[in-house]
Design a protein around this ligand. Structure first.
Ligand SMILES: Nc1ncnc2c1ncn2[C@@H]1O[C@H](COP(=O)(O)OP(=O)(O)OP(=O)(O)O)[C@@H](O)[C@H]1O
Length: 229
């Protein structure tokens, strides 16, 4: 479970990126985070993955107080969080298989486990036939699926997708959404998806958290307002 208790974030330059944010996200929820540029979406992600610490309030992920983590503990904590960006960031000199395996090697998984899980992940992201391909040999949609595969290889409890469809055409975007839904259902991964894509938000209705100037201005559960402050 993710809990933000009265979280505010003020950067050193005095910008208030988040203000008094209270939020609870249950395990295996699928949530959109929307809002105009500069409204605090990336800051929210950075607080969740331990890149930034709150100026006040608490960020709890499965009872871990993320803002209080010792520097050395952050990489271990991050194993619980998979992150996907719109610009795919695969390692160009590694095949799809190796890119996904690499994420598991980094956390010290055994070769046997890696081989088994990578095959499973490739199946899940529909890239079994591209295991030996290099990123440059894949389409944008395939590269994004490979990135998602890499992000879930270590079975993170939470997957954060920052504009995962930002560089894709509508058809490929739907494919990515279907994949994220499959991961949410089959692996019970909590998914937070930052998006500007109103077509997706309106078509595939999910809980939607709207930020404006650092405030949560709406928290909408599939069409009905839950909170408004
Ligand atoms: N490291 C930083 N130092 C100072 N100010 C920052 C920093 N990061 C973000 N900000 C400021 O905090 C506010 C919120 O930024 P944030 O990146 O969270 O917004 P966003 O909603 O993700 O925007 P976008 O949609 O453009 O990615 C903005 O005013 C931004 O300029």
């Amino acid at each position: 479970m993710i809990v933000l208790e009265n979280v505010s974030k003020e950067y050193k330059n005095g910008v208030h990126a988040l203000r008094n944010v209270n939020l609870t996200i249950e395990d295996a929820e699928f949530v959109y985070v929307i809002g105009p540029t500069g409204s605090g979406k990336s800051t929210l992600i950075k607080l969740l993955d331990g890149e930034e610490i709150p100026s006040s309030g608490r960020v709890l992920v499965d009872d871990v107080d993320v803002g209080k983590l010792k520097h050395a503990k952050v990489p271990i904590y991050r194993r619980n969080i998979g992150v996907v960006f719109q610009d795919f960031r695969l390692l160009p000199s590694m095949t799809v298989f190796e890119n996904i395996a690499f994420a598991m090697e980094c956390v010290g998984e055994s070769k046997v486990n890696i081989r088994k899980r990578v095959r499973e992940v490739l199946e899940l992201v529909s890239l079994s036939d591209k295991a030996k391909a290099f990123p440059s040999e894949l389409s944008g949609g395939q590269q994004q699926r490979a990135t998602i595969g890499r992000a879930i290889a270590n079975r993170p409890k939470v997957l954060i997708a920052d504009e995962p469809t930002g560089n894709l055409d509508p058809e490929k975007s739907i494919e990515i959404m279907e994949l994220l839904e499959r991961i949410n259902e089959e692996e019970h991964t909590t998914i937070l998806m930052v998006t500007h894509d109103s077509t997706i938000v309106n078509k595939l209705k999910k809980r939607t958290i709207a930020l404006e100037e650092g405030y949560i201005v709406a928290d909408i559960m599939k069409g009905g307002y839950l909170q408004h402050d």
